[in-house]
Design a protein around this ligand. Structure first.
Ligand SMILES: C[S@@+](CC[C@H](N)C(=O)[O-])C[C@H]1O[C@@H](n2cnc3c(N)ncnc32)[C@H](O)[C@@H]1O
Length: 207
C-alpha cells in the first residue's frame, strides 16, 4: 500500500466506515484513490458520493452510488444546486493553496451535518523540505500556509468544531463539526512570539 492509501485508510476510513446512509462530497479525483474508497463504502453502507474535478473523470467508476460533477470546486452556485445539505463527509483534495482552502471551507461548511467530518489533504510541508524525500518549494510553502490558515480558522471557531491532524505522507487536517452555528470569520489574534517580552526571554536564554 502506498503512503497516500495508507493515510486514507488509517486516518480517514477508520473514522467514517460505520456511518450508515453515508453522504460524501469530494473535491479532486485524479487516480481516484479516495473516490474508489468512498464509492465502495457507499455501496456497503447505502450511501452516496459526489465528486468534483476540473478534469473529466466521469468514466472512472460505474456505480449508481456515484455522481461526477465536471467543474471547478469554487463554482459555488452550480455545485450547491447539486449537493445535499446534510453531508457526513467532505474531502478537499484539489487546489492546495491556503486562501483557496479557506474559501472552500467557508463555502461548504454549512452543508456538513453536526458530527460530520471535513478532511483537508496536504497540510504537511515536512516531506517537501529542501533535500526531503519529496523536495518541492511550492508544496512546502503552500502546505505550511494551509496548516496555519486552518489554525487561524480554528482559533475563532474552537467551540464550533474539533480539529485534528496527521503528518503521515503530505498530511491531513480534519474538522469535526460540533454545532450548527455558522463559522466565524478569521480574526487575527495577537502573537506574543514577536513581543519585547519574548525577545528578552530569547536573549536571556542565549546569555
Ligand atoms: C491530488 S489530485 C486528487 C487525488 C484523489 N483525491 C486521490 O485520492 O487519488 C487533485 C485533483 O484536483 C483537481 N483540481 C485541481 N484544482 C481544482 C479545482 N479548483 N477544482 C476542482 N478540481 C481541481 C485536479 O484536476 C486533480 O485531479
Amino acid at each position: 500500500m502506498d503512503d497516500h492509501n495508507y493515510k486514507l485508510n488509517t486516518f480517514l476510513y477508520n473514522k467514517i466506515k460505520d456511518i450508515s446512509n453515508i453522504k460524501i462530497l469530494e473535491f479532486g479525483v485524479r487516480e481516484g484513490a479516495s473516490t474508489k474508497l468512498f464509492v465502495d463504502l457507499a455501496e456497503k453502507n447505502n450511501g452516496d458520493v459526489v465528486s468534483v474535478d476540473i478534469d473529466d473523470y466521469s468514466n472512472l467508476i460505474k456505480s449508481s452510488r456515484w455522481k461526477f460533477i465536471h467543474s471547478r470546486d469554487d463554482n459555488f452556485k452550480e455545485i450547491q444546486k447539486q449537493i445535499s445539505t446534510n453531508l457526513d463527509v467532505i474531502l478537499l483534495d484539489s487546489f492546495h493553496e491556503a486562501l483557496h482552502v479557506s474559501k472552500i471551507i467557508y463555502n461548504y461548511y454549512d452543508y456538513l451535518k453536526k458530527g460530520g467530518y471535513f478532511f483537508i489533504d496536504d497540510i504537511s510541508w515536512i516531506p517537501y523540505l529542501k533535500n526531503g524525500y519529496r523536495d518541492n518549494f511550492w508544496c512546502e510553502v503552500n502546505n505550511r500556509e494551509t496548516f496555519f490558515k486552518i489554525i487561524d480558522i480554528y482559533s475563532c471557531n474552537s467551540h464550533n468544531f474539533d480539529l485534528d491532524f496527521t503528518f503521515i505522507s503530505s498530511g491531513f487536517a480534519v474538522l469535526k463539526k460540533k454545532t450548527n452555528q455558522k463559522l466565524n470569520e478569521i480574526e487575527k489574534k495577537s502573537d506574543r512570539s514577536v513581543s519585547i517580552k519574548n525577545l528578552l526571554r530569547l536573549l536571556k536564554k542565549k546569555i
